[in-house]
Design a protein around this ligand. Structure first.
Ligand SMILES: Nc1ncnc2c1ncn2[C@@H]1O[C@H](COP(=O)(O)OP(=O)(O)OP(=O)(O)O)[C@@H](O)[C@H]1O
Length: 362
């Protein structure tokens, strides 16, 4: 296992990149701690696979360094990096049996046959294929083949890290949950550094202790699931995480008041006035309807019942405002004004969260 550090890393698929737009990965400085269970979360095309392939050595970065426990491996081939990687689609040897497929990485490294047999048995149990060990991989379903790929990725205990690139895409929903639970258990048991790529926030938040959120070739935040929810560092994290995501409204800030569409919104803190596009962000869970005149005028457009709560979709002078109505809370008859919990409001300038002036931090 290893601590993996990415230093001043950038990558372009073009032979002679010019400006920033030519880079699939803009500048990235990031450390994955030894033994951490990470999710790498972001929308399609933001650079997740590129980053993973740079760590495993399949892609050589245009700029920057990769360090494993302080050792520079930027130019080291994949085999030297001792990384296991599981891809979105199964990579199995069709002519081999399930047992031979699972044993392959161990056999390749000359491990003792008794150890291999015992390890293959453990992994087969984990992926629910104990009874199919003697079957040839050819003829198995995509789902079963992907389980073999997952098993092969996990069979070696001594790898520096295991990288999963959307590994559950082809797995059926019930098994998905089961395998994710297994992966988490495996992490607890062996403490491998694991990086799990996904564009699905539920998958990321249930698997990982720490989530790295990527947007447009950049890492915009690294945090625990709670931190991402409570204190998104970037507007992308705000609206990508949460269901629905954070409400973001253009605002002008003066001290502890934001002016949104001509209405004053009290903030929990004082903020310095800054140049750039200023927005306030409030999660729908902290938006409530009020009878008081000081609320913000909205027009309710739709109410969605999503089981345990309801989502109210409203319009505030052209801004979409979503509110979550807790179970059994009625929507007032004249639901035309909302208030935001002041201490839950974040302030963002040019998409990045800014701290209140009182803390002195930028
Ligand atoms: N081999 C390649 N050659 C050229 N451009 C590439 C190559 N691989 C990826 N890209 C581009 O680099 C950017 C990042 O792609 P990447 O596959 O890393 O994103 P991703 O977040 O993993 O997306 P997805 O979830 O769709 O796989 C995209 O604009 C993509 O088109």
């Amino acid at each position: 296992m290893a601590r993996i550090e990415l230093s001043d890393l950038a990558h372009s698929y073009l032979p002679r990149p010019g400006g920033e737009a030519d880079y699939a990965l803009k500048t990235i400085d990031l450390a994955w701690e030894d033994g951490g269970a990470y999710a790498l979360l972001g929308a399609s095309g933001c650079g997740k696979s590129t980053l993973l392939n740079i760590i495993s050595g399949l892609v050589h970065p245009t700029r920057g360094r990769i360090l494993f426990d302080g050792r520079d491996v930027t130019s080291a081939p994949t085999t030297e990096r001792n990384i296991a990687q599981v891809f979105q689609f199964p990579v199995v040897y069709d002519t081999m049996t399930v047992r031979e497929n699972l044993a392959f990485p161990l056999k390749n490294r000359g491990r003792d046959p008794a150890y291999i047999a015992q390890r293959v048995q453990t992994i087969a149990r984990m992926i629910g294929m104990e009874n199919q060990l003697g079957r040839k991989a050819r003829g198995l379903t995509a789902d079963e083949k992907q389980k073999i790929s997952l098993g092969r990725g996990m069979v070696r205990k001594e790898v520096n890290a295991i990288l999963f690139d959307e590994p559950l895409t082809v797995i059926d929903p019930h098994m998905k949950w089961e395998l994710r639970t297994q992966l988490k258990q495996l992490h607890r048991e062996f403490g491998h550094t694991m990086i799990y790529v996904t564009h699905d926030q539920t998958e990321a938040l249930t698997f990982a202790d720490k989530v790295v959120v990527m947007h447009d070739g950049r890492v915009v935040q690294l945090g625990t699931p709670d931190e991402l929810f409570e204190r998104p560092g970037h507007t992308f994290v705000g609206y990508f995480i949460g269901s629905p995501g954070m409400n973001l409204l253009d605002a002008e800030i003066t001290g502890d008041t934001a002016i949104v569409a001509g209405h004053a919104v009290p903030l929990g803190d004082r903020y310095a006035t800054r140049a750039g596009r200023t927005q306030i962000g409030i999660r729908p869970e902290f938006v409530s309807f009020t009878d008081e005149d000081d609320g913000l005028p909205v027009t309710v457009q739709r109410i969605e019942d999503v089981g345990r709560h309801r989502i109210v979709r409203a319009d505030l002078r052209g801004f979409a405002v979503n509110a979550v109505l807790p179970e059994r809370m009625p929507l007032p008859a004249d639901a035309d004004r909302v208030v935001f919990a002041p201490e839950q409001i974040g302030v963002f300038v040019d998409d990045w969260r800014v701290e209140p002036a009182s803390t002195g931090a930028a």
